[in-house]
Design a binder for this molecule. Sequence first.
Ligand SMILES: C[S@@+](CC[C@H](N)C(=O)[O-])C[C@H]1O[C@@H](n2cnc3c(N)ncnc32)[C@H](O)[C@@H]1O
Length: 170
Amino acid sequence: MRRVHLFEFGDLRWFPKGLRDAETAYLAAAYRLFPLAERWAERISTVLDATESTEIIDLCSGSGGAMPQIIAELEARGYEVRARLTDLYPNPQSASDPHIIWIADPVDATRVPPELKGLRTMFSAFHHFRPDAAAAILKDAFDHRRAICIFESGPGTLLGILSMVGFDCS
Ligand SMILES: C[S@@+](CC[C@H](N)C(=O)[O-])C[C@H]1O[C@@H](n2cnc3c(N)ncnc32)[C@H](O)[C@@H]1O
């Protein structure tokens, strides 16, 4: 499929942390308006073992996204889950749930430290990566024998694209 890869301000190293955090906080708030967490939890549950406690390693976590709601949904389905959030630009102040802890050091999604074991997830971030980096994310998960669940939330409509203008240029 043909695509034009532009850029996102939040991925630029010099972009002010306050604005980057505001962008991802906006996303986390927006998720609460839609039934995405329920759908994502349903998909994630298909690769979880209900008899074991599970650790999720979330990549590109931003301000935590929908993780609190996803964990609540999974717990309601009988899964015992906790999550570790990671990002190239970590935002540990955004932690808001006893089941969730932030890794304070930067974690590059293309090279996840092997000691971070668990089911990998990524929400609304895969489209940030050019094909070689996207392939590296998948290869890293495969090389470490980690399942990875990748979700995108963009509506793909003109209205949806316009709602992102100012922050999100891809
Ligand atoms: C659009 S935000 C998505 C945040 C969150 N997953 C959500 O759904 O709200 C994309 C995130 O990817 C992070 N990011 C960009 N490149 C990265 C990389 N190479 N490794 C890890 N995180 C990265 C950015 O810092 C940003 O927080």
